[in-house]
Design a protein around this ligand. Structure first.
Ligand SMILES: [Zn+2]
Length: 56
Protein backbone atom coordinates (compact mmCIF):
# COMPACT_ATOMS: atom_id res chain seq x y z
CA UNK A 1 0.00 0.00 0.00
CA UNK A 2 1.44 3.36 -0.96
CA UNK A 3 1.50 6.28 1.35
CA UNK A 4 -1.28 8.71 0.76
CA UNK A 5 -0.17 11.70 -1.26
CA UNK A 6 -2.47 13.88 0.77
CA UNK A 7 -2.15 12.99 4.44
CA UNK A 8 1.11 11.02 4.30
CA UNK A 9 -0.19 7.94 6.09
CA UNK A 10 -1.08 4.59 4.67
CA UNK A 11 -4.71 3.79 4.29
CA UNK A 12 -7.03 2.25 1.80
CA UNK A 13 -9.54 3.94 -0.39
CA UNK A 14 -10.51 7.51 0.14
CA UNK A 15 -8.43 9.77 2.33
CA UNK A 16 -10.22 10.43 5.58
CA UNK A 17 -8.99 14.00 5.72
CA UNK A 18 -10.28 14.89 2.32
CA UNK A 19 -13.76 15.93 1.48
CA UNK A 20 -13.23 15.99 -2.25
CA UNK A 21 -10.29 15.41 -4.49
CA UNK A 22 -9.78 15.87 -8.20
CA UNK A 23 -7.04 14.46 -10.36
CA UNK A 24 -5.94 15.37 -13.83
CA UNK A 25 -6.29 12.57 -16.37
CA UNK A 26 -2.55 11.95 -16.07
CA UNK A 27 -2.90 11.26 -12.36
CA UNK A 28 -1.57 14.56 -11.10
CA UNK A 29 -3.39 15.93 -8.11
CA UNK A 30 -5.54 18.79 -9.29
CA UNK A 31 -7.52 19.98 -6.30
CA UNK A 32 -8.00 18.88 -2.72
CA UNK A 33 -10.81 20.01 -0.52
CA UNK A 34 -10.07 19.14 3.08
CA UNK A 35 -12.59 18.41 5.73
CA UNK A 36 -13.27 21.19 8.14
CA UNK A 37 -14.65 20.90 11.67
CA UNK A 38 -18.02 21.78 10.20
CA UNK A 39 -17.87 18.59 8.17
CA UNK A 40 -17.11 16.36 11.09
CA UNK A 41 -19.91 14.29 12.54
CA UNK A 42 -21.86 16.46 14.85
CA UNK A 43 -22.83 15.48 18.33
CA UNK A 44 -26.47 14.58 18.30
CA UNK A 45 -28.69 17.32 19.51
CA UNK A 46 -30.66 14.80 21.50
CA UNK A 47 -29.19 11.66 23.00
CA UNK A 48 -30.25 8.45 21.36
CA UNK A 49 -31.20 7.04 24.71
CA UNK A 50 -32.83 9.29 27.25
CA UNK A 51 -30.67 10.13 30.22
CA UNK A 52 -33.44 8.99 32.48
CA UNK A 53 -36.72 7.35 31.87
CA UNK A 54 -39.86 9.16 32.70
CA UNK A 55 -42.23 6.71 34.29
CA UNK A 56 -45.60 7.57 35.55
ZN1 LIG B 1 -4.82 10.16 3.16
Amino acid sequence: MEKCKICGTEHEFKCVLVKAVEFYPDGVLKRVEYLTPADMPQQPQHPIFPAHETRQ
